[in-house]
Ligand binder design. Sequence first.
Ligand code: HEC
Ligand code: HEC
Length: 359
Amino acid sequence: MFGKFKITTILASLMILVLVASFTIMQPEKEQFFLSDDDELWGVYEKLGKIRFNAVNTSIKGVSAEKGRDIITKGYSAKQDGKGKTAMQSPYFKCTACHNSEKEFDDLSNVSAQSRLDYAVEHDLPFLQGSSFYGLINRKTFYNDDYQKKYGHVPIIKASNTDIRQAIQLCATQCAQGRALDDWEIESIMAYYSSIGLKIKDLNLKPAEKKEIETAINENKDLHQAVHKLEEKYLATSPAHFADHKEYTPITEAEKKDTKSFKNGQLIYERSCLHCHAGKRYSFFALDKSNFSFKNLLSKTKGNKDGSVYKITRHGTWPLAGKKAYMPLYPIEKMSENQLGDLKVYIENMAAGNNLAAK
Ligand code: HEC
Ligand code: HEC
């Protein structure tokens, strides 16, 4: 009796052993995950168990990233059913008057106005009042800080703070002063934004940090920490703080020789002001690099008029009846006080015929 039991136990154990062993042999090794530069950040987040926000609703008929890109760059796209073209979104602006679709910073966690300008020069981009659409899909809030403080009483502006689709509609009707977008148009813009979301290479992860993320995914542990590590590498909002305008003070002797300031001011003038004002591209007011333009700007600034360089940058203009193009203000994140000083040094020297860049 006892012996028989022993034999059965040994047999059973052996069988289990064989089973386990064959199972281990048959089971292919779980595929290891490695990060690559072109991985979309959202895809990596999903592997880390995060639920995607700002996801595209593809159930709406006719939605495509291509249509979204066309609305943004051309102001119209193919119609929802693909036959013919839509009406222009705005007679005054394209979204690209005020927004780039490229990355704007080397380090997305340091969004200072000067690093943005340096990056714009290095990559030949305009320097504009609106934040880039690149990585917008990864942002959590919109029209932040002083946009909310100053205009948060307007329902759509308040709603836009946490709702990307409302933010798109708000800008189409208010910033671009155009017609409201249909839901398939908004969703197409979302699809385009999704195609220009942040990628792993944009975050400048160190090798050890990459390893940390890979280990978290492969071993399914410390997922939250890995998410935090990634979130540290960029801002999920575009900060926006307004400044008041300064009064005119005459150029100093030092500023008449300040080549560094002058050159920085020139970059702002070329990459920002001329983007809209050269050849009246997006405005009725023409600016160029003639002595007349600089003298005109200086006289408005001296007179502390609405067109003063200090006032126009800090307050912008408002859409007037029948002439609805307007100039958005620059928050300090889009033009710092130092940069504005540099712009004034440039304009005032140029108005006096003192071109420091030519010396
Ligand atoms: C005349 C200038 C101008 C035009 C034209 C314009 N925008 Fe904007 N937009 C702005 C400014 C200024 C902001 C303020 C917030 C920011 O971008 O930092 C903004 C904000 C946004 C935001 C929220 C961004 C954020 O991170 O807070 C979205 C989305 C947006 N615009 C979409 C569009 C779309 C789509 C179009 C074209 C249909 C458009 N905009 C046209 C100036 C403009
Ligand atoms: C996004 C486009 C855009 C950018 C960038 C821009 N402006 Fe404007 N600006 C406008 C529009 C639109 C108006 C409205 C008046 C008009 O259309 O004539 C305007 C108005 C002005 C006016 C008032 C003109 C008047 O009739 O008195 C001045 C001055 C001015 N801008 C200077 C500047 C300077 C300096 C810069 C660079 C720091 C700049 N603008 C950048 C679009 C822009």
